[in-house]
Design a protein around this ligand. Structure first.
Ligand code: CTP
Length: 408
């Protein structure tokens, strides 16, 4: 049984939430419904109370003694907003808390799912697009609206998916935490190799996949430490955050944090080379035409080094996951290169994705193959970076169980 807050904002699709409430209750969950004030124009509180079996209010000033605007969010295992109007998403994105639902969204640390419903014009408006992006970057699962008949005669994207589809889309969040009690160390983002006080050599990694892995591991009940190099998205709440910038700093942070961890996920895009010298002052143009030649030296391979160090230090993570950013060519496919890399690095699992200027880096979606040491099969997944992250976490959970059984 989970404690679920079902927020309902004022759209005609509120009637579909009644059916969703039924499905949640029939599955045995405790549901507190929080409608926004105007929902009463569509569905009244008597319906929510009768079907949830709990008192219902939109008002922060009802039942003040139990501090509902904080308590409901704090106690929840999952907060849903169905339907989510453009207005409630804008408020959530801006951190406005002017009623019980928006206050709950600010107070909760539980996973948040929103199912938007609105007219196509509103859904496609730049303001809504930006707000949805902000919410997704913060880890809110915004379910894509369906396309079809809207309130009037018009049709297009903006329709609330059917209640059973929404119910299916949250099943993983209602499942038992598969990594409860597991300590997971994750590196994310791209390293920056300093050249002089203002310049660096960097790479295209946005950190989205690593942040999504941290979210998915946290949602699966793991105790997560995230070592963030350069990230273009905010780190998720509920994880321990450690900062590192260059490959050498990252190496130090990984070795500092790794002892006692059960799993290490090396998702960071680590620069293979760094400038041989870091100039103390900005490199100047000396004359009209010449340009400096920058000598590079190899960076340590952190992943391979850590795998090697395990034979001397039993405190290091028994399960290590590498990521391989690969491009195929005449000599081999992405998967063939992945298998070779898995053997070379000596880790337990390798997540392979194809990269290129318009693939993976900075994109919202990803397509991966998961390879395992000593196993010929692979697992394919594609979708949003969070969906892909959930598959990776599930595979880690399955593989660590059989790994522990073999090594016992
Ligand atoms: N990695 C690392 N230290 C490095 C380079 C990479 O720990 N100096 C890790 C990455 O975090 C990733 C894995 O190794 O988990 C594979 O990274 P990738 O760049 O694809 O592989 P490389 O070892 O750099 O191989 P190559 O660039 O030759 O394909």
């Amino acid at each position: 049984m989970k404690r679920i807050v079902l927020g309902v904002s004022a759209g005609i699709a509120a009637y579909k939430s009644v059916l969703l409430l039924r499905l949640l209750r029939e599955a045995g969950h405790h549901v507190d419904v929080i409608p926004t004030r105007n929902v009463a124009n569509f569905v009244g509180n008597a319906t929510w109370e009768a079907l949830s079996g709990n008192p219902v209010t939109s008002n922060v000033f009802d039942a003040v003694d139990s501090v509902n605007h904080v308590r409901l969010g704090q106690q929840a295992d999952l907060v849903m907003v169905v339907p989510a109007t453009a207005d409630v998403m804008a408020k959530a994105a801006a951190g406005i808390a002017d009623d019980l639902l928006t206050g709950t969204l600010l107070a909760t640390r539980a996973p948040v799912v929103m199912a938007p419903a609105m007219h196509t014009e509103m859904w496609q408006h730049q303001a809504t697009v930006a707000n949805v992006q902000t919410l997704r970057d913060r880890g809110v699962r915004v379910i894509e609206p369906a396309s079809g008949r809207l309130t009037g005669k018009d049709s297009g994207p903006g329709r609330l998916p059917e209640p059973d589809e929404i119910f299916a889309a949250i099943q993983d969040l209602l499942a038992d935490p598969v990594l409860a009690g597991t300590k997971v160390l994750i590196t994310a983002g791209g390293t920056r190799e300093p050249l002089d006080p203002v310049r660096f050599l960097g790479n295209r990694s946005s950190g989205r996949q690593g942040v999504a892995l941290a979210q998915a591991a946290r949602d699966a009940g793991a105790e997560v430490t995230l070592i963030a190099t350069h990230l273009e998205v905010p780190a998720p709440h509920g994880v321990r955050l450690v900062h590192a910038s260059s490959a050498l700093e990252l190496r130090e942070a990984v070795f500092d944090c790794a002892e006692g961890q059960d799993v290490l996920i090396m998702n960071a895009a680590v620069a293979d080379f760094r400038p041989a010298r870091i100039e103390n002052s900005k490199i100047k143009k000396r004359d009209e035409h010449s340009a400096p030649v920058i000598e590079l030296v190899r960076n340590p391979d952190i992943l391979a080094e850590l795998v090697g160090a395990r034979s001397r230090n039993p405190e290091l993570p028994p399960f290590i996951v590498g990521f391989a950013a690969e491009t195929g060519d005449e000599q081999g496919t992405v998967l063939e290169y992945g298998r070779a890399k898995l053997n070379r690095k000596g880790c337990e699992m390798l997540v392979v994705n194809e990269v290129g200027a318009s693939l993976t880096f900075g994109q919202e979606t990803n397509s991966i193959q998961v390879l395992f040491a000593g196993r010929a099969d692979s697992v394919q997944a594609s979708g949003s970076k969070l969906e892909v992250a959930r598959v990776v976490i599930e595979q880690i959970s399955n593989a660590t169980k059989s790994h522990a059984a073999v090594t016992k």
